[in-house]
Design a binder for this molecule. Structure first.
Ligand SMILES: [Zn+2]
Ligand SMILES: [Zn+2]
Length: 368
């Protein structure tokens, strides 16, 4: 080997090492970003829970709650519906990705493989374009322009970060291309091994292995949950969530099925008798309500109580879902203990409610 080509080889080695050092973190980041999106998409296409809108997901959650029949879960759902939705989604994503099938690893690997293909073809494309440009002295600079441009959609590799190598003395572009291809195999192999360890820790809050929480800048379940965002405002009487699919929407908050007010612990005045009526029946009644610091307000003119009441549109409607009749009957004791009240007097649970089976409650819910 002559001293000149030896110098050329050194330049190429320097170039390849520098470039691969820039590619590696960008590639790792891109793999996790894409994988998070892929997982979210996969969940949406495979799970009936996530195939529809939020109303559909809510039915699935209510079914899940009824199946679990655990009052503590109901309590979480009723007090913090948004958080409950999120943790429900997170749980489903984790069990889908981290079961024996090791789907997370599979997703990461196939994503890395496809990006590897993209980078490799960017190398050969840039080489093709540059090698015949006899007119250009700054072939390396031109090669880098092409390379970064080609990868713009795949990884974040700013051309300006590569200024340090753009003046390398490299004349043999074909040689550079094959050296890059070789280095990329090593780089990909290394990442593959790293991703093989991706497991629970990729989701956990504490960084653990190399592929940890910080690898997922946005978690797959967060991306999936965003699909089901919307207005989370709760009815001030029964706590059911506004059904508008827009956050900060115009107009009043609204929902179709209000729930017995006992779910929020409301009682009839001067008694500890829980209110089993729903808001949409009460707004058609002659009853009034009173909150601390407020005067008595007739339900018919509930908006006079000011916000949050005035921001809700509650239309008179006496239809109550069988689900909540079943729930109140089934968890009567727990509700009484929670709110220190009784289902007595005006809050006596009708016999007809007590005859509703869980299956009937669920069937009606799913017919909606
Ligand atoms: Zn309500
Ligand atoms: Zn709303």
């Amino acid at each position: 080997m002559s001293p000149i080509s030896c110098q050329g080889a050194t330049s190429i080695t320097t170039f390849v090492i520098f470039l691969c050092d820039k590619i590696e973190p960008a590639l790792r980041k891109a793999v996790f970003e894409r994988t998070a999106k892929d997982i979210a998409e996969d969940m949406k296409s495979k799970f009936p829970d996530f195939r529809g809108n939020r109303a559909n997901l809510e039915v699935c959650i209510l079914r899940y709650l009824a199946e679990q029949e655990n009052f503590a879960y109901f309590k979480q759902y009723l007090t913090s519906p948004k958080q409950f939705f999120q943790s429900y989604i997170e749980k489903q994503v984790k069990s889908h990705c981290l079961d024996e099938s090791r789907r997370l690893r599979m997703f990461l690997h196939s994503c890395l493989e496809s990006f590897y293909g993209n980078i490799l073809s960017a190398v050969s494309l840039s080489t093709q374009i540059v090698k015949d440009r006899k007119d250009r002295e700054d072939k390396i600079s031109l090669w880098l322009d092409e390379f970064c441009g080609e990868l713009a959609e795949v990884i974040n590799l700013p051309r300006s970060d590569l200024k340090g190598i753009e003046h390398q003395e490299v004349t043999d572009i074909e040689f550079l291309s094959s050296a890059m291809a070789k280095a990329l195999i090593d780089l990909t192999d290394r990442l593959m091994k790293e991703l093989a360890d991706a497991d629970m820790s990729s989701f956990s809050r504490q960084p653990h292995t190399i592929a940890d929480m910080s690898s997922f800048a946005r978690q797959p379940h967060t991306i999936l949950a965003e699909h089901f965002s919307g207005c989370w405002e709760k009815c001030p009487f029964c706590g059911a969530v506004c059904s508008n699919t827009m956050q900060n929407h115009d107009g009043d908050h609204q929902l179709v099925f209000h729930r017995p007010q006992a779910l929020r612990g409301y009682t009839w005045w001067w008694t500890n008798h829980l209110v089993i009526d729903i808001c949409s029946s009460l707004v058609a009644s002659d009853c009034s309500f009173k909150f601390p610091g407020l005067p008595w307000i007739p339900f018919k003119t509930y908006r006079d109580a000011g916000p949050p009441f005035s921001t809700w549109r509650i239309l008179p409607d006496s239809s109550m879902q069988a689900y909540w009749k079943w729930f109140v009957s089934r968890f009567r004791t727990q509700l009484e203990a929670l709110y220190n009240g009784k289902f007595q007097g005006k809050g006596e649970i009708p016999d007809s409610w007590q005859r509703i089976t869980k299956q009937e409650a669920l069937s009606e819910l799913e017919r909606r």
